[in-house]
Write a protein of this length. Sequence first.
Lengths: 447, 477
Amino acid sequence: MFEFKLPDLGEGIAEGEILKWYAEEGGRIEEDEPLMDVETDKAAVTIPSPRGGKIAALKGKVGDIINVGDVVVVIDDGSAEAAVVEETVAEKTFAQPDAPAPAPVPEAVAPAAMPGVRRPVPAAPATRRLARELKIDINLVTPTGPGGRVVPEDVHRFADHGAAAPAAAAVGAAEHVPAKKVADDTAFAEFAAHASATIPFLELEPMPDFSTDGPVEVEALRSIRRKVARKMVTSMSLIPHVAHMDDADVTELDKFRIREKERRTGGAGGKLTLLAFVIKAITAGLKATPAFNASLDPFREEIIYKKYYNIGFAADTGRGLVVPVVKGTNNKSIIQIADDIFDKATLARDGKLPPEDMRGGTFTITNVGPLGGTALLPTINYPEVAILGMGKVQEKPVVRNGEIVIRKILPLTLAFDHRIADGADAARFVAELVRQLSDPNLLLLET
Amino acid sequence: MVMGSLREETQVVVIGSGPGGYVAALRLADLGKDVLIVEKRERPGGTCLLEGCIPSKTLIHAVEIQESARKAEQFGLTFKGMEVDPAKLRAWTDEVVDGLSSGIKGLLKRRGVTVIQGHARFESSTSLSIEGGEVSGIDFEQAIIATGSSLNHLPEGIVSSVWSSADALRLPRVPGSLLVVGGGYIGLEMGLVYQGLGSETSVVEFFPRLLMGADFDLVDIMVEQVSGRLHEIMLDSKVKSIAETGGDAANGFDVEIETGGKIVGKHYDQVLVAIGRRPNTDDIGLEKIKADTDDKGFIITDESCRTGDTNIYAIGDAAVGPMLAHKATREGKVAAEAIYGGEVAFDNRAIPAVVFTDPEIAWTGLTEREAEEQGIKVNIGRFPLAALGRARTLGRTDGLVKIIADPAGGLVLGVGIVGPMASELIAEGTLAVEMGATLEDIMVTIHPHPTLSEAIMEAAEVAAGEAIHINPPRKVR
């Protein structure tokens, strides 16, 4: 028997939702044959079977959330004992060399606290003993000490409020608060008290029972939806957003784009979109105004200017929002960018975009225009510092040289982080963008 | 009384009286338990006291005084006619060991802990048979296995006249030339002792580096210092054969070493094989109880040091974990308190490792290499002893303190030290990791001036980007 545990999917992903099983209990599977699809916060991935054999048990059904390290499938591969892929902790941590030479060096084996992981949570020995005496798993206690350290007061608070439902009140420092876990009354009270203590006037109450007013349908907040929720709350809480709006006259650019697109149908550039031109123009703008291609580290009080240009674009996948990233846009032609956009958007729609194509962005564009909209206020893709929103391109009467003419107008909104840039910077940045989009020749000359 | 006919009864029996066993017994006695110790050897102390830590550090200290005296010449202090008297040094080492062993005996006696001599084997989960003493068996309620470890058997084909580390510690003689097989901590410590006593000492190591377990930057500084004292350091090399010259160890040994891609024949007056150790768990009747071992024979325990058998605990070298006396001692206390019924666990975050080379190397908690291997992002502050006043006054600038911290909250995850007194200095680092201290905690703690301990504060400042006594490297992000 072979127990297969959900492997580390990288990117700090700790769990995933089972989307699909390719195998069924009692059936046979070959090594490297697809075993299951798992959707994580970042993407859907197909996991191949590490062994061939008969499927003795599938440990979960479609829709279940499984953690990295959980046994997901038991495969009867002919071996007698249940062998687990991962070494036991004892073997891993305390391996002793037994060869005569070289002599063993004492390993400084410390299950040290790890940043992010925080298992075991840092705490002084006396605090750890206190938790043991109160029969509390100290790893579940919310730390308030410096460096994420659990202090005795934290343990006492947990004992007073969380004892009724110790598992439910688990709110680790680096962990998010799953709504499900605070639905419990006691745990909710603790969470609400904690949150209210930090924000004046904040009043958190459990959701009313809407079903008393009419029929409802309840769906678990999962996967991409939950990831977006976290991202947006983080962005809106940490970044003072300011929006700057303007209109770009894309009449000439659109003529040029349609002509070139038709000429290239079926080949490179056959998918030439307005977005590709905007990405090119934005890249030039970011070079001129590095503040919008930066990140602000509030803990170190530093601004990190990025010398690379990776532009993300928001894609509506049907399963939720995904932001594929076009990398190195400063070194790519508009045609290459257009092809990249098409390829990545296709993968994203199919849920097949690899995580590496969703990370490393330095600036994001959200283009809801094709769906409509004359003005929008986008939320910055934290930890980036600016996002460009593109509205619907519409023919509008505008005044040119004292006459009313019909032109194609693209409404633009730049939302930016006021901590590292000011209104004037944004005005200049957007004005320059508007100027470049007004004439395709300028893009050729200046980017 | 007829030899071997007596059966004893006790609440708790501790098998072994090393740094784990005797401490567990004393703690149990203080908690009001009726305790017996079974010890195979004639006196208490275990490997650590009788053929390990204590005798080796006694010898190392003697040699270091000599080395310091030599180095003192640079500041105008010349010692003439310095001589080593191996017989006297051997006697002194014995005196140190005897004194400590009697001390343990006294402690046990005053706390009412009886020591029974003999080899204990489990008969069941509540009884032991004893071989080789007056008592033939013990019925107990709970037991602690603290049987320690033994030197691995010599690999096949190696003549028994080569020394093990235990042989070398007995200081049988000072050979003219000595080959140390194994560049780990035992090999290096013993090699430097014999070099100091007058042997022309060489080291052969299978791996491309000495002290493979430690961070390279620490080892490099140590190697730079000791390489002048050693005749030859052969890395990436393998001993192919060891034979007594002319079939008699008195003539020395002919050794074939595969080094630098070819096999060379060398002659040494003595060869020391710094061999590994194995747990003493194969002849204690483990099959009669429900304790499991891992594939190397170490007994598997839970965090209160309890084996699969609820009445029986295992600590020290016999149990899973690094074979270090201080780990055994802590486990001894944990097991004793668990038996008493306390809420206790071996949940230590850091077990310091110390190498008594000259300079010493010590580390605790997370090492830089572990952080790299496990993909843990860390912030590292390094402070060279060359920038420290006290190190200058000692004429010892051959050292470095580094602190490994969590870049987010400044939590101290590990400390590594190379330099004089690293073995003492590491204690602060271990306390920091154990307490969950942050860099700031160390930085604002006043460290006495002028001392080597200031280097830890300085390293914390470097990690936090607030170094006073060195120019911080430009931050590259």
